[in-house]
Design a binder for this molecule. Structure first.
Ligand code: ADP
Ligand code: ZN
Length: 814
């Protein structure tokens, strides 16, 4: 007999917890639905049912659940399997995965604060329990959910709370829970008493003394013509009919007003046919399909502007025809209105968009649409976290820009890579996975070469537009010959002036934001440091502030050096802000704008900037990494890179690969139409092999060189990397802990353990950091190694002195 359930609690505990259920509950409870359960002394959590069974736990007495919260599962079967894989592969708890996946609105807890909604006044719709709570809130401004349990004198109160929420009687405190309020729109239709022609004539006659109302009614007929659907109230308002007139007509029972729930993420664009593919694209498409006959994953290696998105659209359409779902993954920053509306043109309302700038409300909507298999969510277009959504039957996953680093989640746990997790998700659904990129990551290309993935190349741009002409500018030479103005070489300035003269636009890329990364005292060499982190503060000129990009600490720029007290603080290096300023001095007539994290805050900040660039209100756009993604501007003829060296010299085994990718991607923004674009890359070291490979678009050589280096120095894809990071406020403690951990790891893994070391930034937010890197060869079973690491971590945690040390395990930490 089934009388127990195992649940996932939204807390970082490694294990599932068992609760007792009654026979009646057992008939009702479904895997993937929510239950409220007690935990610890007095806490109540929302948990997800993972399995039903009949085995009493031996280690503890199973408690009863409080209550069942869902009639139907809100988490799907394949989703649970996928969560399990994430938890085991990335060495984190299922609770971590649960927290990362479920919108907060689904996770009420005993500590959640409930407030009264002042606008509520329809007491008559409340039942007895609900009324009691409403009354209690008349006397107390806020209640915890556990207080509500006391008022109602029972434990299972979350259904009452949910019902109060849906009736908008209460609100839940924002920090914990952004309340989900579906948006309603008002529609008008003829009242059912006026249906026949006679009745309508009668009606118009009756209104002859109320010309405004008559006018409204005539307009209503006009709007409704040939259409059975009711008319949007807003349409009448837009045509100048006043709200009072509409209200009068509703009161006279001429109109009947109804409210229809409108999903916030809704669009009304006209659906167009998807484009016909050209010869090369069609060949690529059939190549992909042939690969899918044999393999689950295929790489589409297509140069920028070759029409990869068009090919995706064809695959999407075919998958929808089979009645299966599609997941289209993009880096967050590439999720612009541009790509969204492009796909909406083809697929309209079938697309649900999901990314982190969306509110909880909007995410709940996408979630529900998926669980209910609504028409509206057959295609999910989303950033990395959309792999955690409740899919039921995926047929196709597209990972566009698969090389992008932002697919990896670093903080908090689960530290997954969305591309890799997507491949596993595809496997669980028996879906096909297409990875697309103009500059594939070394690991993906390696997998394709090893024939683990299918491979299709597309080397022609659409309409045979030429790839841009890339030129390297030696700024060492230019400095020597005094041909630099600020950070601009005479050559780059000439190219900019040419472009401006032709009324074309320019994009300038600089890898750093801020005015200049640091200020330094020219007398004593000291740079002001962040009080919480071991980094120099970054100077932001527009508000004359020093800012820490790690913890957000900011302070006014001191007038004198904090060390020697001389007034000789000077900026060193340069960022986007300084470039913008220099340009404004050089070309006062030109409209210059800057795009980086500081100028694109807020949900639409980024899009506003892109829109005005698109509308040519901006001549020169200066920006960071953000510039490389999702932009397609016909009028950009020149792309300039101010300094390629700081990318090349970045201390990371992927620095060269990344530089190649970034340079090729920014170059791809130049000259997308008839005219061949130009790219100028400034560098102190233009003979660097990577820069040479960029100018010749020589991906293959770049790949071979990189793979050789990784062979030689043992880096992915030839080994796997697991990083263990330890953090504590006390340096001595974290050092001791790291040494202990390091020794134990060496016992198991020998010289494949590097460290412990202090990272280049040894302290962040007042915590000291130690890091240990383990290189696991491909040959050795990953699971076994992870088991070993987990054991060492468990022993570590059992040492009382180390219990307060934070331990982070990051699998595939790159
Ligand atoms: P990629 O994704 O490879 O960078 P896109 O799919 O964005 O390339 O294509 C570049 C441009 O060319 C887009 O504006 C796209 O609409 C257009 N294009 C590509 N292929 C076709 C096609 N077969 N029919 C019409 N337009 C196309
Ligand atoms: Zn800081």
């Amino acid at each position: 007999m089934i009388n127990f359930i195992n649940v996932i609690l939204p807390i970082p505990l490694q294990k599932l917890f068992t609760y007792r259920i009654t026979a009646a509950e057992a008939d009702f409870i479904k895997i993937g639905s929510r239950v409220a359960v007690p935990f610890g002394k007095s806490k109540i959590y929302t948990a997800i049912v993972f399995e039903l069974h009949s085995e009493q736990p031996t280690a503890y007495e199973a408690k009863d659940i409080f209550q069942i919260l869902d009639e139907f599962p809100i988490v799907t079967g394949p989703q649970l399997k996928h969560w399990q894989w994430i938890s085991s592969y990335y060495m984190c708890s299922l609770g971590d995965v649960l927290r990362a996946s479920l919108p907060k609105a689904f996770l009420l807890e005993s500590e959640t604060l409930v407030l009264k909604n002042a606008a509520f006044d329809q007491v008559s719709i409340l039942n007895d329990d609900e009324y009691l709570i409403w009354e209690a809130l008349e006397h107390q401004s806020k209640l915890k959910i556990q207080d509500i349990g006391k008022i109602l004198d029972r434990k299972g109160v979350l259904t009452v709370v949910n019902s109060l929420l849906s009736k908008e009687v209460i609100e839940v405190k924002e920090e914990i829970y952004e309340q989900y309020k579906p948006k309603f729109v008002k529609y008008l239709d003829l009242h059912p008493t006026h249906q026949t022609d006679d009745q309508l004539h009668q009606l118009l006659d009756n209104l002859s003394k109320a010309p405004k109302q008559r006018e409204a009614l005539l307009l209503f007929f006009q709007l409704k013509q040939g259409n059975d659907a009711p008319v949007l109230r807003k349409k009448l308002l837009d045509k100048g009919i006043s709200a009072a007139v509409i209200k009068a007509l509703v009161e006279k029972q001429v109109f009947e007003q109804s409210e229809i729930r409108e999903d916030r993420v809704s669009f009304d664009t006209e659906i167009k046919m998807i484009h016909e593919l050209n010869e090369y694209q069609a060949k690529a498409l059939s190549g992909i399909k042939a690969a899918f006959d044999e393999k689950e994953v295929c790489l589409l290696h297509g140069v920028t502007s070759s029409g990869k998105t068009e090919i995706y659209s064809h695959l999407i359409a075919e998958t929808l025809e089979q009645g299966r779902q599609v997941l289209y993954l993009l880096p967050e920053i590439a999720l612009t209105t541009h790509i969204i509306s492009r796909l909406q043109h083809f697929f309209g309302d079938k697309i649900a968009v999901f990314h982190s700038r969306y509110s909880v409300d909007e995410r709940v909507e996408v979630w529900n649409n998926l669980v209910n298999r609504s028409e509206k969510a057959q295609i999910v277009l989303g950033a990395r976290s959309s792999i955690l959504l409740p899919f039921t039957d995926l047929g196709l996953i597209i990972v566009d820009e698969e090389h992008e680093t932002s697919f990896k989640q670093f903080e908090p746990s689960p530290r997954y890579h969305a591309r890799d997790a997507a491949i596993m998700l595809g496997h669980l659904h028996r879906a096909k996975v297409l990875l697309g990129s103009a500059t594939p990551s070394v690991e993906t290309y390696h997998n394709a070469k090893q024939q683990k993935y299918g491979y299709v190349a597309l080397n022609r741009r659409y309409k045979d537009v030429q790839l841009p002409e890339i030129e390297l500018v030696d700024i060492k030479e230019k400095h020597r010959k005094k041909r630099m103005k600020g950070h601009f070489s005479d050559r780059l300035l000439l190219l900019i002036e040419d472009a401006l003269a032709e009324k074309e636009q320019v994009i300038l890329f600089q890898n750093r934001r801020g005015f200049s990364p640091i200020v330094e005292c020219s007398t004593c060499g000291v740079a002001p440091q962040c009080p919480n982190c071991d980094v120099s503060l970054t100077f932001h000129k527009f508000n004359n502030e020093l800012k820490c990009h790690y913890c957000g600490h900011h302070q006014a720029l001191p007038k004198t050096c904090p060390a020697c007290e001389n007034p000789t603080l000077d900026s060193k290096g340069f960022g986007t802000e300084q470039i913008e300023l220099e340009l404004k001095e050089l070309y006062p007539e030109t409209k210059v704008a800057r795009m980086d994290l500081d100028t694109t805050r807020g949900k639409y900040g980024y899009q506003k900037l892109l829109r005005s660039f698109h509308d040519q209100e901006i001549d020169i756009l200066v920006g960071t990494q953000m510039l490389t993604k999702g932009l397609d501007f016909k009028n950009v003829s020149l792309v300039g890179v101010l300094n390629a060296d700081n990318l090349l010299n970045f201390p990371d085994f992927r620095a060269h690969e990344r530089t190649y990718q970034l340079m090729v991607q920014v170059s791809g923004r130049a000259g997308r139409d008839e005219k061949r674009g130009k790219v100028a890359i400034q560098s102190f070291n233009p003979y660097h092999q990577i820069l040479q490979q960029v100018t010749t678009h020589d991906y293959d050589t770049m790949f071979k060189d990189q793979l050789n280096e990784r062979h030689q120095f043992l880096y992915p894809p030839l080994v796997r990397l697991v990083r263990i990071v330890l953090k504590h406020k006390d340096f001595i403690k974290v050092e001791g802990a790291a040494n202990w951990m390091g020794r134990s790891l060496v016992n198991s893994f020998g010289d494949r353990v590097l460290g412990p070391t202090s990272p280049s930034i040894g302290r962040i937010r007042n915590k000291y950091i130690k890091s240990i890197l383990i290189k696991l060869p491909e040959k050795i079973s990953l699971n076994q190694s992870k088991g070993q690491i987990q054991k060492i971590k468990d022993s570590f945690m059992s040492i009382p002195d180390y219990r307060s040390v934070q331990v982070i395990i990051d699998v595939d930490c790159y």
